[in-house]
Design a protein around this ligand. Sequence first.
Ligand code: DC
Length: 224
Amino acid sequence: MKPPIPVITIDGPSASGKGTIAQLVAAQLGFHYLDSGALYRIVALATQQQNIAWSDAQAVAECAKRLHIIFENEQVLLNNKDITNDIRTEAIGKGASQVAVHAPLRDALTHMQHAFCKAPGLVADGRDMGTIIFPNAPLKVFLTASTEVRASRRYQQLINKKQAANYDDILQDLLERDERDQNRASSPLVMADDAILLETDNLTISQAVAFVLQKYQPFIQFSA
Ligand code: DC
């Protein structure tokens, strides 16, 4: 019997550093990487382009089923068009959180997310990776950071990208997104019972990456 493909899940709220940490862990281990938030962002963008309301559960799910999405190196292509930067705006992040409440959409995206699970392994980041999408993952990490620290990080990211940024607006948006992501009925953002909590307020990115890699060590020895 083939051994199961190892999966590391990294869940947490917006701007908790999941994406950066998950990508670096995946690179260190030579694993594939799934940015599940990007899928919800792509759906928010595609529905907006097709004048489909983010509140229309069925239409949003149907639209998602028709999308041709390619992740290539650092790029995201939607129907062969490069939308890498278009899905990273604050407005699309907000839209992603709104479409993500719909169970039919979450169902439509489940298969797509499972398809990322290929040898030699996968690091998956999002909100429900450890609870719903990969419940048997051997290592689950739940990242947290205070709202103020997350807002400061997001503010700095936008400034670095030379985009307009207002700290108070960012803080308000994060609070709204946390509230929606944590309290929706379908796959809310919660820590899996068997996840390890990592509080990142006082950690550098490298320290957080080292923590995850160290927690993964026993599994490497086990499978060797
Ligand atoms: O991680 P992110 O900021 O790119 O995610 C954008 C939104 O997508 C987030 O506010 C909620 C939703 N999302 C989700 O519901 N489930 C996931 N696994 C990933 C993201």
